[in-house]
Design a protein around this ligand. Structure first.
Ligand code: FES
Length: 195
């Protein structure tokens, strides 16, 4: 059995279905992102062939908290709202914003509500207060001027960074907006769930 096959078995019973999370739309599947970008917070037993006999070993499964961060009806276009995710530790400050134009990973009737971590992926410059309504971007970073496109999963527009801004994955339940994961590694963390 290959490592890849083992990972597939780990995830099968743990990962949410698309029915459970209809709003999930991202560059990679949520299932894959959960397996690659989070820390293990629970343990499952996985069957492995080790020589002659099949044995079971503990394996770690990534899980993010599901946190209510706002209400759709309360958002005003181009007015970012701050929140912390996935915890209240260092570099957790993030922003929720209604862009007024469809965006990758966007939720709501117009798919225009997105959320991003506030720290530049280059050297951790604080991007709070740098939202630009005319370009739907975050930046320029006060340290070395990186700017990120919030309509395209936080991809770099210009500057010194070489990684996209981490996007907080959102789900909508009625009028309530929930953060359910992070796509990309938050600056200053070796793992998003271990600050
Ligand atoms: S820290 Fe933001 S561009 Fe260098």
């Amino acid at each position: 059995m290959t490592d890849q096959t083992q990972m597939s078995e780990i995830g099968t019973s743990q990962m949410p279905s698309k029915v459970d999370h209809p709003a999930g739309k991202c560059l990679m599947s949520r299932r894959k992102f959960l397996l690659t970008s989070g820390i293990a917070t629970s343990t499952v037993m996985v069957a492995m062939n080790t020589g002659a006999a099949a044995t079971k070993i503990p394996a770690m499964v990534a899980t993010y908290p599901r946190k209510k961060i706002g209400k759709l009806s309360a958002l005003k276009t181009d007015m970012p709202v701050g929140f912390e995710y996935p915890d209240e530790g260092a570099y957790a400050q993030s922003m929720l914003v209604k862009l007024g134009t469809e965006a990758g990973g966007g939720i709501g009737p117009r798919k225009d509500v997105v959320a991003f971590n506030y720290f530049c992926t280059h050297q951790g410059g604080d991007l709070s207060g740098t939202y630009k309504a005319d370009t739907k971007s975050l930046g320029a970073c006060p340290l070395h001027l990186s700017t990120y496109d919030l309509t395209r999963h936080g991809i770099l527009i210009s500057g010194q960074a070489y990684q996209s801004l981490p996007q907080v994955l959102l789900e909508l339940q009625g009028d309530d907006i929930y953060a359910v994961g992070v796509f990309g590694l938050i600056f200053g963390r070796y793992d998003n769930l271990q600050g």
